[in-house]
Design a protein around this ligand. Structure first.
Ligand code: PGA
Length: 257
């Protein structure tokens, strides 16, 4: 059984002031949860890299994991503005998102580049939440499975250590649009991804969590979490509100399929 993961993706949002206030409020809102809530649901915050050390100071005594949103595929070199895997490890951060659709869309992350990042992370023992998902036109032209398969196989073929891998299915048309995939639409793709994982890795694949992302909020998360192959969420907009995000945590803790 894969573990349940609730991951926040703050994208390019936040400030030192916000971080301080956010975690104070998030803990207050989460105080009614049972003490083992964070054992039941791995709670991850993918923050702007520049704030990770500051966030570490704030969350050091909390059962919260921090992650980057991206790393560069090369170990080091003349790549102005980029962050390496070793730099992340140097900060004692061993998690990152890889291949988010905004990276694919705006920063030229191709399947080959994403594969190189996944490979590097698995060599360096960095845990990965690797993203995939189709655009609206791809869905409308019946290409969802083809796209998801192509993106996933690039990730799976590059992954050298299954225990480091989490997949996030994020239909691009649902990201930041307020349009969520229905629980049925999401489950259908998650079941398809589960099959790809099975085919590639056999029984080990059963441990790989598959998260859903795309306009997740408290109002739609319960139904999504009730689906057999949905093991958690990757949350953008709603993760910026500590009250809403603690609601999501509550749902993830209570809905164990
Ligand atoms: P959203 O973003 O929840 O704001 O749709 C999800 C994501 O991009 O990871």
């Amino acid at each position: 059984m894969p573990k349940t993961i609730l991951a926040a993706n703050w994208k390019m949002h936040g400030s030192k002031k916000m971080l301080k206030e956010y975690f104070r409020d998030f803990l207050n809102y989460s105080s009614e949860l049972s003490s083992n809530a964070f054992d039941k649901v791995e709670t991850v915050f993918a923050l702007p890299t520049i704030y990770l050390p500051f966030a570490q100071d704030i969350v050091q005594t909390l059962p919260i994991k921090l992650a980057a949103q991206n790393i560069h595929q090369n170990e080091k070199g003349a790549f102005t503005g980029e962050i390496s895997a070793d730099m992340l490890l140097d900060l004692n951060i061993n998690r990152t998102l890889i291949g988010h659709s905004e990276r694919r869309q705006y920063f030229g992350d191709t399947d080959a580049i994403i594969a190189a990042k996944v490979k590097l992370c698995t060599e360096k023992n960095i845990k990965i939440i690797a993203c995939c998902g189709e655009t609206l036109s791809e869905r409308e032209s019946g290409k969802t499975q083809d796209v998801v398969e192509r993106q996933c196989m690039a990730i799976l073929d590059a992954c050298q250590e299954v225990s480091l891998l989490t997949i996030a299915y994020e239909p691009v048309w649902a990201i930041g649009t307020g349009k969520t995939a229905t629980a049925g639409q999401a489950q259908e793709v998650h079941a398809f991804i589960r099959k790809l994982l099975d085919k590639k890795f056999g029984p080990q694949a059963l441990e790989i969590p598959i998260l859903y992302g795309g306009s997740v909020k408290a109002a739609n998360f319960k139904e999504l979490m009730q689906q057999e192959d949905i093991n958690g969420g990757l949350v953008g907009g709603a993760s910026l509100d500590p009250q809403e995000f603690s609601q999501l945590l509550k749902i993830a803790v209570t809905v164990q399929v």
